[in-house]
Design a protein around this ligand. Structure first.
Ligand SMILES: C[S@@+](CC[C@H](N)C(=O)[O-])C[C@H]1O[C@@H](n2cnc3c(N)ncnc32)[C@H](O)[C@@H]1O
Length: 281
């Protein structure tokens, strides 16, 4: 294991979160002094969703939604695990006649989105759900595998979850896919990102060249994770299991898989693997 990975996997999660907060706080102070804060974006210290390249990742996904997912400006869209608006912010420019509904289990993220996005864009709605997740919401009171999305049947044209199923356990994903089936219109589009383990990804995990060391099997051997004590920090799934699950919930029509660079494969579209499909009519 190289040094970078050692630091990533051996440092306790709470230490990493504290270090990240301090590092971003310094960047916020520097940006404030220089007057280079990005308007309409959260301060860096509130970014709990990963990459330092917050704006770049948001813009990248909106491009994928349009080009690969055929997202229309009039669509009614669901953003599962919307975080602190990384994707919703650039979507405000595109969804001019449509609506976006987002929910997340991080209260600060939802409060920021309500205050900074919904106020200017009343067609963007955000909800907090106090769901337990060992990495993101340790005090949550609701089990994800029993959670029903707070929306009517067949409401949405387009549903996405970016970097969310990479933090959820198999029985929780099963429940979320059944809920996606319920709230997505027949023929509607489903855009999900995963760490999908196919033969190439497995080879690179085994020879230690993958960015994510998904080596610990979760019960049932369909899922593998990298942080020994916190599976939700980073978890991937065997590709045939993902496809079976999508089929089980009628979400595998016209399925297209765009593999990502996380496993260090030669050709990639994004960092995580993108699965785009339609709900059966
Ligand atoms: C890596 S962040 C990605 C956030 C956002 N999708 C984005 O791309 O910026 C993972 C998000 O999943 C959320 N999350 C984890 N478990 C969840 C669950 N059961 N339901 C909804 N959101 C969840 C976390 O709170 C966090 O905001």
């Amino acid at each position: 294991m190289n040094l970078k990975k050692k630091v990533k996997y051996i440092t306790p999660v709470w230490v990493k979160k504290c270090l990240k907060y301090c590092f971003y706080l310094l960047q916020d102070i520097a940006n404030r002094i220089k007057g280079t804060n990005l308007k309409g974006y959260p301060p860096k210290r509130l970014n709990f969703v990963g990459s330092n390249e917050f704006k770049k990742v948001g813009d990248e996904f909106v491009k994928h939604f349009k080009e690969l997912g055929n997202l229309k400006s009039s669509d009614t869209v669901l953003d599962i695990g919307c975080g602190i608006g990384r994707i919703a912010i650039p979507l405000t420019k595109h969804l001019t006649d449509g609506e976006l509904y987002g929910f997340d289990i991080d209260k600060r993220g939802i409060e920021w989105c309500k205050k900074n996005i919904s106020k200017k864009f009343p067609n963007f709605h955000f909800n907090y759900a106090d769901i337990f997740n060992k990495y993101y919401n340790k005090k949550g009171q609701i089990d994800a595998d029993k959670f029903n999305f707070p929306y009517d049947n067949n409401k949405f044209d387009f549903i996405f979850a970016t970097s969310v199923f990479t933090h959820m356990l198999p029985e929780q994903i099963d429940q979320y896919l059944s809920e996606i089936k319920r709230v997505l219109k027949p023929g509607g589009k489903c855009f999900l990102t995963w760490f999908s383990i196919d033969d190439e990804a497995q080879k690179n995990i085994s020879n230690n060249s993958s960015n994510c060391d998904l080596i610990y099997p979760y019960e049932g051997n369909v899922a593998f994770y990298s942080h020994k004590n916190v599976p939700e920090a980073e978890i991937g799934y065997k590709e045939p299991w993902i496809i079976e699950q999508l089929k089980k919930y009628d979400l595998s029509e016209s399925l297209k898989i765009h593999h990502g660079s996380w496993s260090n494969r030669e050709e990639s579209t994004s960092y995580q693997d993108i699965f785009i499909s339609n709900k059966k009519y």
